[in-house]
Design a protein around this ligand. Sequence first.
Ligand SMILES: [Zn+2]
Length: 506
Amino acid sequence: MKYWSDTLAEKLKERHLPLEGVDDMKTPSGRVHMGALRGLVIHDLVYKSLQQADVPTRYTYVYDDHDPMDGFPVYLPEEFKQYMGMPLYQIPSPGPGAENFAQYFANEFTEVFNKIGCHPEIIWASKLYEDGKMNDLIRVALDHADDIREIYEKMYKKEIAKPWYPYQPYCPQCKKVATTTVTDWDGEQITFTCEVNKVNWTQGCGYTGKMSPFSHGTVVGKLPWKIEWPAVWKVIGVTVEGAGKDHMSAGGSHDVAKQISEKVFHYETPYPIAYEWFNIGGKKMSSSKGVGTSAAEMLELLPPELVRFLMVRTDYNKAINFDPFGDTIPALFDEYQRAAQAYTDKSDELLARMFELSQINGVHMPPKLRFSVIAQLVQMPNMKDYIASEGLESWAHYARNWVEKYAPEDEKFSIQESLPEAAKNLTTTQKELLARIAKELDTDWEAEKLQFEIYEWGKAMGMSGKEVFSAIYTALIGKDHGPKAAWLILSLEKNFVQKRFEEAAK
Ligand SMILES: [Zn+2]
């Protein structure tokens, strides 16, 4: 079985286009959600599969930086409220290192997707206008205002009052774009009003004027986004573009864009990919403080190649359920190791390809030890040298983070400073066993051998495996379960363990 993007690339190859233009887009209106990485990786996969199929391909990413600020992120200072309704790229940056608001959040997102191996060519929508590239299609749209209006009316099954024009000038007085309405187009100039009550989340200034809708150097206005979307397809030559299924449903914005593209701009709709949701699981996610959902925070949870693998291993048409509090994270690491194994021994072509497509800057094999075991190691004292010598530092970093913030209680343990209360309930045989182990620790042990012997000693005393090891866990961590007992014992100071076991055995 072939991977979906390889199958698609083969199909697209058949149409023999001189250049395939894969494109995705985003409005940088605030911190970008981790779910947006899904679209990015999906397009990146198509791009890479096309390249491997020897199809000339370009991968672009459009930041719609001139969309108005139409929502107010909670983390923004109050003073930004005055910019509601203005184009995002004309709002000051909320932090250092960026020229404007849109760029600030776009750069943060770009940094994340670059780290996971996606390097599309960045296009700023405002620049397309500034460079005059949109002017021809602005004229076509205004000249065909009636055709576009009819497309809207048919799609939404409701009448739109005339006059109606598909263009939004920037108000020269209050600088807002969300509040303006064009009332006339004479072939050279538009007449427009900045309406006080056009939207209920910001107010226009009432200005009325006449001007050219064409930008040269300075941007004077934009197409509404459902019309701009197909205009951008034509201007930059997009031939493949997917979107989340909410946009792709029948009668949705993609349908509108498609009709306008084909009937008004005479441009073939790019090959569509309707992809499923990226769900972030559990109520805990939204209510828990310090736990974010931004793309940047994703890289604190997982190494970059696993962020990619999370997106790669699930076909675009199936939902991804990501729940850092559930078993998503350890299960993902386990599956990544299976995929690496499949790549090495060529046992499963599809899984091997998923591993290959998740690599960043060359193929890197993951550690052999399971994530859940590494998560135990990081909770044991004195394991630093072992972790380093086994090459586990990278995964240990994520394991530590997982244990601290997300792991369920039964995956967490800490060595108790004094004998836990629960030790009172140890049986006589369990106490005898602990006394025996304390004595045996006078000699040096290999973890594997000690583990085996502990089990044998217990068995000889008539105990089950569970009774044997729960005695050890109870005495050290106050729980009836824990990591591999011998490793735990040997990770601790010998005298400490002997004393503790003797005390528990009393
Ligand atoms: Zn105004």
